[in-house]
Design a protein around this ligand. Structure first.
Ligand code: IMP
Length: 179
């Protein structure tokens, strides 16, 4: 299936599973090397990063823990835009080495919000691992140490990422086709 239709849009395979897994393995090796002895706590950001998290964690071979967070969007009472609240952190983050596991960093605003929230819980250090980065869209200054793949500024689905809730189940990454 190299072309799929989701609602009004067509998508074509742009990154096959084999390539994804090669880059995920590389990132895992970097983390194994850099964070050995630190008992990192991986915080996977649902829903989009579930596939990346599973494949990454299968390749992490240092002692570590894993937990899952979600971002709930709600309309701020007095604010102009949507506020994203981080939900699901039950662990004590004090003095911990945290690795945020995210599906994609686009403008970076979501990641910035996560960093602000986690920062208030006094972790020792926070590292970022993202499957994908759209460097052309990045609006904020972020230190993203672990990037599996950089992609152009096109909309993608598959391997956990969705279009309107659909498409997360595909094992490859698909890019929208303009026709
Ligand atoms: P940011 O706050 O602009 O960095 O957006 C990050 C979030 O937007 C990601 O966690 C995704 O949920 C979503 N997103 C950004 N680009 C895409 C895409 O191309 N496909 C699917 N979701 C995307």
């Amino acid at each position: 299936m190299s072309v799929i239709q989701i609602k009004d849009k067509k998508f074509a395979v742009s990154i096959p599973e084999e390539t994804i897994l090669k880059e995920v393995s590389r990132v895992a090796a970097e983390i194994n090397r850099d964070l050995a002895g630190k008992n990192p706590l991986f915080l996977s950001v649902l829903n989009g990063s579930f596939m990346f998290t599973a494949d990454l964690m299968k390749r992490i071979n240092i002692p570590c823990e894993i937990s899952f967070v979600k971002l709930a969007s709600y309309q701020g009472i007095a604010s102009t835009g949507k506020v994203k609240e981080v939900i699901g952190i039950t662990e004590d983050l004090t003095d911990r080495t945290i690795v945020i596991v995210e599906d994609i960093v686009d403008t970076g605003l979501t990641m910035q919000r996560l960093l602000e929230t986690l920062g208030t819980r006094r972790p020792k250090e926070i590292h970022i691992a993202t499957l994908l980065l759209k460097p052309e869209k990045l609006k904020v200054d972020l230190d993203i140490e672990y990037v599996a793949m950089q992609i152009p500024n096109d909309f993608i689905v598959g391997y956990g990422l969705d279009y309107d809730g659909l498409g997360r189940n595909y094992k490859d990454i698909y890019t929208v086709v303009n026709d």
